[in-house]
Design a protein. Structure first.
Length: 259
């Protein structure tokens, strides 16, 4: 019969103690390995994210640049900027289409203009195009008439010209000479003044003109940039894409072509 001996017991503890120490060592090594794997994987994920982000940002930057180039092409016929500092070139070619009421517009905007007028009429409205393409001579006579009417208040011809230019563009600087602008009034209210904005026709046009490629060219808060006072009747064709962007952002053509 085996009897329990104290030396056997201490030997058992010695062996058991060595085993525990071994396990601890192994556990520490495993922990270290786990840490290395964790940091390695984290670093790889971060690198991957930075890489993807870099590509996406570069792509966005590139497409932004392309958009800017596309938008900044002020020489595109529909985005041509005409104002006091951007006169119409001497030999600007123009192909006109005559409307039913005798007015003329650039042939390229005829279809969209017609569609816009038809859509307004189908809503029971009565918009009336009271001015569209003007020759340089016509523009000159309108401008001269305005200068004369300003002479009373202005002390000099120079001052009268300055005042007149806020209301009527000097010849060579009016969009009407491009055939891309139309003045539209309500049949029931044909005055070219601020009251025009209250007519159902203007309310509809301001809301829907961009769907047909037109913008309200001289908004009330952009006179500093356009050089022309608020005209809630003057619509300019710029094409549907540009029109929707301009009206959505509440900017003027000067700002759009410089974006
Ligand atoms: Zn006008």
């Amino acid at each position: 019969m085996n009897r329990y001996r104290p030396e056997q017991r201490s030997a058992y503890y010695r062996v058991s103690g060595r085993e525990t120490e071994k396990h601890r060592k192994a556990a520490r090594q495993q922990k270290r390995k786990d840490k290395i794997v964790f940091y390695g994987v984290s670093a790889a994920i971060i690198c991957l994210l930075v890489f993807i982000c870099g590509f996406t940002c570069a792509d966005r930057y590139r497409s932004g640049q392309e958009q800017t180039v596309e938008r900044a092409d002020a020489s595109a016929w529909n985005l041509r900027l005409v104002n006091a500092s951007h006169p119409i070139p001497e030999s600007y070619p123009i192909d006109l289409t005559v409307l039913k009421n005798g007015q003329s517009v650039d042939s390229r905007i005829y279809r969209d203009l017609q569609d816009m007028m038809d859509a307004a009429r189908s809503e029971g409205l009565s918009p009336l195009i009271c001015s569209s393409y003007r020759t340089a001579e016509k523009q000159r006579s309108l401008y001269e008439a305005k200068v004369v009417s300003c002479m009373g208040q202005a002390g000099s011809r120079e001052e009268a010209e300055k005042q007149a230019a806020v209301w009527v563009a000097p010849p060579g600087t009016s969009e009407h000479e491009l055939g891309l602008a139309v003045d539209i009034v309500a049949e029931s209210y044909q005055l070219l003044d601020k009251g025009q904005e209250e007519t159902p026709e203007q309310k509809w046009l301001m809301e829907h003109c961009s769907e047909y490629g037109f913008i309200l060219r001289y908004p009330s808060d952009k006179s500093d940039m356009t050089g022309i006072s608020y005209e809630p009747w003057h619509y300019r064709y710029v094409g549907k894409e540009a029109a929707e962007e301009i009206m959505r952002q509440g900017i003027c053509l000067e700002e759009y072509v410089q974006m």
